[in-house]
Design a protein around this ligand. Structure first.
Ligand code: ADP
Ligand code: MG
Length: 396
């Protein structure tokens, strides 16, 4: 049983709080990824689970045992790191079996485990080779094999693919998923790469400044981000954010309005300052937006830079004052810029006046002060709709 629980775990170094009151409940067999920017405390969190460092406060439970004060070797875990340290003058077989030999496993058991792991990892043909005769990807597999032969209850992996080239990284993503299926063991995986986290995990734990921001299945983090940080971190390119003020008719931003009935959002009142979030794929040219069930009002914009990606085109849009200022607008201004994704066959050009609409069903609102999510849709009726025509207002 490889369930792992972190109960109010805090890790402080001198004046840095690397992990800040972390609570995690990871189920047996789950693939959970800790993701966040560099320095947010991912490795420190993993190291407390591994026993490589002791938490300043809090307890860690693995398989219903309090392991907070146990050394790594007694925790039923195996770790794979970014820097693969294979013994250079040992062949693959000896590298993989080294830990087992230290623990006096019988020759038969060792042989069985090494061959089983090699089969899973498809490196049976490499067992006689030395590390210098392997590619980066093969070496990484050997490092994973070394962890597998120990038959741990929990695998801990800290950016194991970070040193591989982009193509191999994508390939290893699917390999790791297959491995997880086959082994059916808990995997706690650390990465700063949100795409890696999205594609492999049952759930992702988004961390910022040592604090857990959200733990949920990848698509829940994508579609219902708990706060501005998660909304901006998950998804590439990033969600557009525009600040605005709530009125009786919806949200008014510097350059455009989005209509909805604020009365339908609990805790929201005219005068509140909210930040609207909308992903590039939820911004449409007006002509395409006609298919939408709940488009916003048309918004005038000017196309700026285009980025053809092959499978889609990213279009940088200028709104409001920036439309006249044109190219060279400070991208950090943000408020006057929107990123839109259009299909690759679109004949869109730069420096054209266009009209865009937002898919109101996929517009997010966040409290500007606290960053907390207020709503993940504005699909409900605009305030100017006749309330007697809505279902709730019916007289039967
Ligand atoms: P991540 O893995 O997300 O990049 P880390 O867990 O390595 O982040 O680091 C979190 C914070 O703790 C950083 O500010 C880092 O500088 C600090 N830190 C990590 N290890 C130590 C250490 N041994 N001594 C002092 N500070 C550390
Ligand atoms: Mg790290």
């Amino acid at each position: 049983m490889g369930d792992v629980t972190l109960d109010h775990v805090t890790k402080r170094y001198a004046d840095v709080t690397a992990v800040d009151d972390m609570n995690l409940d990871i189920e047996d067999g789950e693939f959970v990824t800790l993701v966040g920017p560099s320095g947010c405390g991912k490795s420190s969190t993993l190291e407390t689970i591994a026993g490589l460092t002791k938490p300043t406060e809090g307890t860690i439970t693995i398989a219903d045992r309090d392991v907070t004060n146990l050394p790594p070797k007694d925790r039923g875990i195996a770790m794979v790191f970014q820097n693969i340290a294979l013994f250079p003058h040992m062949n693959v077989y000896d590298n993989m079996s080294f830990g087992l030999r230290l623990r006096d496993f019988s020759k038969e058991v060792i042989d069985q485990r090494v061959h089983d792991a090699a089969e899973i990892l498809q490196i049976e043909g490499l067992l006689e080779r030395e590390p210098s005769e392997l590619s980066g990807g093969q070496r990484q597999r050997v490092a994973i094999g070394r962890a597998i032969v120990r038959e741990p209850e929990v695998f801990l992996m800290d950016e194991p693919l970070a040193n591989l080239d982009a193509k191999l990284r994508v390939h290893m993503r699917t390999e790791l998923q297959r491995l997880h299926k086959e082994l059916d063991t808990t995997i706690i995986y650390v990465t700063h790469d949100q795409a890696e986290a999205m594609t492999m995990s049952d759930r992702i734990a988004v961390i910022d400044g040592g604090q857990l921001q959200q733990i949920a299945p990848p698509l829940v983090c994508y579609n219902e981000p708990a706060n501005l940080f998660v909304a901006g971190f998950i998804g590439s390119p990033s969600m557009n954010f525009v600040e605005g003020e709530v009125t009786a008719a919806g949200l008014t931003t510097e350059n455009f309005d989005v209509a909805f009935d604020p009365g339908q959002l609990p805790g929201v009142a005219p005068g509140d300052h909210l930040t609207m979030g909308v992903r590039p794929e939820d911004v449409y040219l007006s002509e395409q937006g006609r298919e939408l069930a709940n488009p916003s009002q048309p918004i005038p914009a000017r196309t700026d830079v285009l980025e053809p990606m092959g499978d889609e085109i990213f279009v940088y849009l200028l709104t409001g004052d920036a439309m006249d200022a044109g190219m060279g607008t400070d991208p950090d201004e943000g408020q006057n810029q929107l990123l839109m994704s259009v299909d690759p066959y679109s004949d869109i050009e730069s420096d054209r006046d266009v009209e865009i609409v937002l898919d109101r069903e996929r517009v997010h609102l966040f409290d500007t002060q606290t960053g907390k999510a207020v709503s993940h849709t504005l699909e409900f009726a605009a305030a100017d709709a006749d309330p007697t025509e809505t279902e709730a207002g019916g007289d039967d």
